[in-house]
Ligand binder design. Structure first.
Ligand code: CUA
Length: 357
């Protein structure tokens, strides 16, 4: 090994000294981290902020990015720098650098800095999450029930009676307290624009609090793989002004929401086509008249052709009674008999009968 050792020490001697490497590495790492943070903050990660919680969640996200991007970038810079700078050149096959161990200063640094970062981030996350989950007085209570594969939202009307809605309506600026339940398997109630989500677990109540802060329509999604229809377990959250909400709730309680929604449909007779659209039927079913092309459920132009009203009604309120060939039982939500008022159901049946004759 004698001749090799000479070669080794010669080669080592011709390399830049360690402080020079360290300076270069730190400089590259710092610049790359700053670029990485800049890029990460530039990306629009989330949908609009539609709750007061959303702002705090997004701030927490940004803080986590600011700390975690440099960790990733620094590790990558060190790895790539070493591959580039200290790669094996021809003739260096037997070269091994001097062994290093017992560098106390380095060990203290790489233990202390991550520990401080972790404690700081955990504390900040704890404070943020406790803050957004705190109970507000005078909240609107909404019971959310998940089942394969739909959500139903229950509100108390003026007399304290529960009324069901297939769509979520909440008034802007008013704290809302959701009690989340499941009738079958585990689902997860999530409105991305509110940034909050919670599992719906059979047999227990889970809770979620948000304060809507921006009018609009936002998707309600199920965020727990719950079966074949998981991906279609989607509805709409409507954030509206308080007077519109009161108006909507009054109509819901009196069974006159059909076709009206926040535009105010008055007491007009329910419109079948609007009901078809509002209840999300088109998300799964193809129906030429309504211009929908969903493929999860049967093509209604075909399966309802020549069927009578009784068959159509049964298909809506008791979808398991007769399942179209080639489709699985249990994907169509079984709760339309509850969420549709009798006159709405009649209107929908009549409409479907008309357009599929
Ligand atoms: Cu319910 Cu996924």
């Amino acid at each position: 090994m004698g001749p090799d050792e000479v070669t080794v020490s010669e080669r080592v001697a011709t390399r830049p000294d360690r402080p020079a490497h360290t300076r270069e590495l730190v400089a590259i790492g710092l610049i790359a981290s700053l670029i990485g943070i800049g890029l990460a903050l530039l990306i629009d990660w989330f949908p609009p902020q539609a709750s007061t919680q959303a702002e705090k969640v997004d701030t927490l996200w940004d803080v986590l990015l600011i700390f975690s991007v440099p960790v990733f970038v620094l590790v990558m810079v060190i790895v790539l720098y070493c591959v580039w700078r200290f790669r094996m050149r021809p003739g260096e096959e037997l070269l091994d650098g001097p062994p290093i161990h017992g560098n106390t200063r380095l060990e203290i640094i790489w233990t202390a800095i991550p520990a401080i970062i972790l404690v700081a981030l955990c504390s900040f996350a704890y404070v943020s999450l406790t803050d957004i989950e705190k109970a507000e007085a005078s909240a609107l209570n909404v019971r959310v029930v998940g089942e394969q594969f739909t959500w139903t939202f229950y509100y108390k009307d003026a007399s304290g009676k529960e009324v069901a809605s297939p769509q979520l309506y909440v008034p802007r600026g008013k704290p809302v307290h959701f009690t989340v339940q499941s009738l079958d398997v585990i689902h997860d109630f999530w409105v991305p624009a509110f940034r909050m989500k919670i599992d719906a677990v059979p047999g227990i109540n889970t809770e979620l609090r948000i304060t809507p802060s921006r009018n609009g329509e936002y998707p309600v999604v199920c965020a727990e793989l719950c079966g074949l229809g998981h991906s279609v377990m989607r509805q709409t959250a409507h954030v509206v002004d308080q007077p519109q909400f009161d108006d909507w709730l009054t109509k819901l309680a009196s069974g006159a929401t059909a076709g009206g929604d926040e535009t105010g449909g008055g007491a007009a007779a329910p419109d079948g086509k609007t009901l078809f659209t509002d209840n999300g039927c088109g998300g799964c079913h193809k129906l030429a008249d309504a211009g929908t092309s969903g493929g999860t459920g049967p093509d209604l132009d075909q399966v309802l052709k020549g069927k009578d009203a009784a068959f159509i009604e049964e298909s809506i309120v008791d979808p398991s009674a007769e399942v179209a060939k080639g489709y699985s039982d249990g994907i169509m939500p079984p709760n339309f008999g509850d969420t549709l008022q009798p006159d709405q159901l009649d209107a929908l049946v009549e409409y479907l009968g008309e357009v599929t004759k």
